[in-house]
Design a protein around this ligand. Structure first.
Ligand code: F0G
Length: 392
């Protein structure tokens, strides 16, 4: 196992504290000479320990093994949703955090540190607690969904609020780690070890479908997850477990769409958003740090980035909830909205996997309409039930 710079390709010995290439400043990938992506005994993502870094103590809350649910409300016949909301803290972050927090322990850190739009903070705080470490979280003030903030607080995180968006919060983390190393371990998705944990989603999907799907549609914020999932599919293909590679499609919210805008305009670099805005707060990110990794995933796989509107996201969230019974947070409904947008372009018989990254309870602040009746007495309630029953 080695670390390789994603820009200049220089290689380094594995080092838990190395996140940028000393030569050119590029982010680093974990490269394996040979990887075995098949499951064996173990808890959570550590079932795939043969494809993960070796650690002294494997931290886990039983993450992964999430349901792959076939959808019936789409135009395409074979659409599956990977429900990452079923992870221990309600999002896909747990896969990565199991690995990153285990590495933090090995590295002798006393606390973990993360900037977050919310889910990373919930996951980092929980896994740190599990490992006996403290957690320090940097959040954009007033911009984090209630459920996520509650989780971070419940698990005992110390919270630093900054003005602006997630991008400012991440800047604070990056500046801190330039100045001090050894005490506090950063677990944002620039951390290549965390992405190793997240690639296990691909292993599970291929294991269940019997091969890689034709398309994988992923919501994109800081752009780590789409890169990790692509890496997982490449591992499987190289190991001869699958016969093909999927096309990766990244979906962003229109008001925070640096990569989709780049794709639409045919640019070579993201069109940065200084003031990202969307109701999908999880992906309200204007400067995705992993943009190069994600761009490589999309280019290598023959995919693309697309943007969807907030209205389309809310519509998709409602359809998933009311026609499929699946409750996801807004960012996690973006792939469904993306599929609706792309439906004419994807072959009818394609196998498509939507990655639904987080649970609906994460963000109870989103307004939903339904009919609520008031019944002061039991008789009123019975009468109302009869009325409603007769109409349904
Ligand atoms: N979906 C959800 C629910 C998320 O919380 C995130 C990222 C993403 C998608 C995008 O994943 O960043 O790997 O492209 N949330 C981070 C956080 C930024 O702080 O919780 P990505």
């Amino acid at each position: 196992m080695r670390l390789r710079c994603i820009s200049c390709k220089a290689e380094y010995e594995p080092d838990p504290w190395l996140f940028r290439c000393p030569r050119c400043g590029g982010l680093l990938d974990v490269v394996h000479d040979k990887v075995d992506p098949t499951p064996s005994q173990g808890q959570g993502v550590w079932r795939y320990h043969k494809a993960l870094p070796r650690v002294r103590r494997r931290i886990s809350l039983g993450e992964g093994g999430t349901p792959l649910i076939r959808l019936s409300s789409t135009r395409h016949e074979r659409v599956y949703l990977k429900f990452e909301g079923a992870n221990p803290t309600g999002s896909f972050k747990d896969r990565g955090m199991a690995v990153a927090v285990s590495i933090a322990l090995d590295a002798g850190a006393r606390a973990v540190l993360a900037a977050s739009t919310g889910n990373t903070s919930a996951s980092a705080a929980a896994y740190a607690a599990r490992a006996g470490l403290r957690s320090i979280i940097v959040l954009p003030r007033g911009r984090v969904a209630k459920g996520k903030l509650f989780q971070a607080m419940l698990h005992g995180a110390k919270i630093v609020e900054v003005e602006g968006s997630f991008d400012e919060a991440l800047k604070a983390v990056m500046s801190y780690i330039e100045e001090e190393k050894g005490l506090v371990y950063p677990v944002n998705s620039f951390n290549q070890w965390r992405l190793e944990g997240q690639k296990t989603l691909a292993y599970e999907v291929a294991g269940e479908l019997g091969d890689a799907p034709d398309y994988v549609i992923v919501p994109v914020g800081n752009a780590g997850n789409i890169s990790a999932i692509w890496k997982g599919f490449k591992d499987l293909y190289r190991a001869g477990v699958t016969s093909r590679l999927p096309v990766m499609i990244g979906v962003q919210a229109r008001g925070a769409s640096p990569l989709a805008t780049m794709a639409e305009r045919g640019l070579n670099e993201p069109a940065w958003f200084d003031k990202p805005e969307t109701i999908a707060t999880a992906i309200r990110i204007g400067r995705p740090i992993n943009w190069q990794r994600a761009l490589e995933a999309v280019r290598e796989s023959g995919g693309t980035f697309i943007a969807v509107s907030d209205q389309d996201i809310l519509e998709a969230q409602k359809t998933l909830a009311r026609r499929e019974g699946i409750g996801v947070e807004p960012a996690s409904a973006a792939p469904y909205a993306g599929l609706t947008k792309l439906r004419q372009k994807l072959p009818e018989d394609a196998t498509i996997v939507l990655v639904a990254t987080g649970h609906s309870l994460k963000d109870p602040g989103i307004g939903v309409e339904t009919e609520i009746y008031h019944a002061p007495t039991t008789e009123d309630a019975v009468k109302l039930i009869k009325d409603i029953a007769s109409k349904s």
